[in-house]
Design a binder for this molecule. Sequence first.
Ligand code: ZN
Length: 268
Amino acid sequence: MAEITTFEIGYCTHIGCMALRGAGLRVCKFPARAYLLSIGERRWLWDTGYAQHFQQHTQSGIFRLYRHVTPVHFDPQASLLAQLRAAGYGAGDIQALIISHFHADHIAGLHDFDRLDFICSGEGWQQTRHLRGFAALRQAFVPGLIPADFESRLHFVEGFQQISLPAQLAPFERGYLLPGSEGQIMLVPLPGHAAGHIGAFVLTAAGWTLLAADAAWSPSNYQQMRGPSALANLIMKDVKAYYRSLQQLNQLWQGGGADILLCHKGDL
Ligand SMILES: [Zn+2]
């Protein structure tokens, strides 16, 4: 069975109602999480959280605005790489890094993993790779966070085998089988939040878990079908698709077929 180890790598702060309509003006903490997925001796990373490279690439120019909009708290001693080392993992222990989407708080640490393959949505990368300046900023994409040899190490989920998902994961029906995962990790599109935004169903000893990345920021988003503030729609790729994905999470949650983990679940 697969195991999921959760890491928190920095956090940002926002007023609550940005993430959940009606939550008020209280300033809330939104941790940035990454996960280590293990099946026997095979391991994959899911996102990176913040990293020093984020500070570096948002220090000047237009990307400084990013920091003003989302004040970031990050301890360089607690990067994902440092936390993995402290847990006893070396570079050779991990097969690949799966990118849920290209927002900076999910890819800030890519430069720290210079030997890993990367996995993402091909559609997402096609829509993101050319973005620069304000167009990039609007999609929370910081081009400097992408390693120079990124594309030569990249695998697209669309190239993986498509399979039917177990009935208990309804309304999700089809997924992409992560190669080498023995049917225990299936990647699924969760469109709307960002270009090519994906999630993953992971079969653990406790049952199925959906890594839902940023398809919601708070469980209340899908439990009460209460989205974020209209302001947050500005950075969303496709608001209608976001609410369709949220509806899918709502149905999955109601059916009880899987636990749902959110990258930024905080105290909301
Ligand atoms: Zn995001």
